[in-house]
Design a protein around this ligand. Structure first.
Ligand SMILES: [Zn+2]
Length: 146
């Protein structure tokens, strides 16, 4: 697994982060969560907060935290809806992490690798600022099984 400058600065490397899959929308060259619309900062980790309750995220009995899937298929719906701006990738998750059947909810996250499907027409040049590998995919049929 690749970790970079920011992971080292935040001590994420030592915490042996979990790696999950995530789908984002690209908006003005930034990664934006498809569920809550949070922009992912380019120069620091995304930190979870709870919009419903006054507690640290993620809380076990809540839905808060940064969601990532064990498999990309869990995100298939989000990848196919609005395909012109949807990208996906692997994320590092660390800090408090709640494990579920299909993935995790974590306190901190950073992209580790970004894949840009051929259907994307949004401007993805700004994604370079995340400092992670970006793979542009050739059309090879459906990326995610229906
Ligand atoms: Zn919560």
């Amino acid at each position: 697994m690749r970790t970079g400058r920011i992971e080292r600065a935040w001590g994420a490397e030592a915490l042996q982060p979990t790696v999950g899959w995530k789908v984002w929308r690209v908006d003005n060259g930034l990664l934006v969560s498809v569920l809550y619309g949070d922009p992912w900062p380019v120069d620091e980790p995304l930190q979870a907060s709870c919009v419903r309750h006054d507690h640290d995220a993620p809380a076990r009995a809540c839905e808060c935290g940064i969601h990532a899937g064990r498999d990309l298929v869990a995100w298939g719906h989000y990848l196919n809806v609005g395909a012109e701006s949807r990208v996906f990738g692997r994320v590092l998750l660390w800090g408090a992490t709640v494990e579920g059947a299909h993935g995790w909810r974590a306190a901190n996250a950073r992209p580790a690798e970004i894949f840009v499907p051929s259907a994307v027409t949004a401007d993805t040049e700004g994604l370079e600022a995340y400092g992670v590998p970006i793979h542009t995919l050739e059309p090879v049929g459906k990326l995610v099984p229906a």
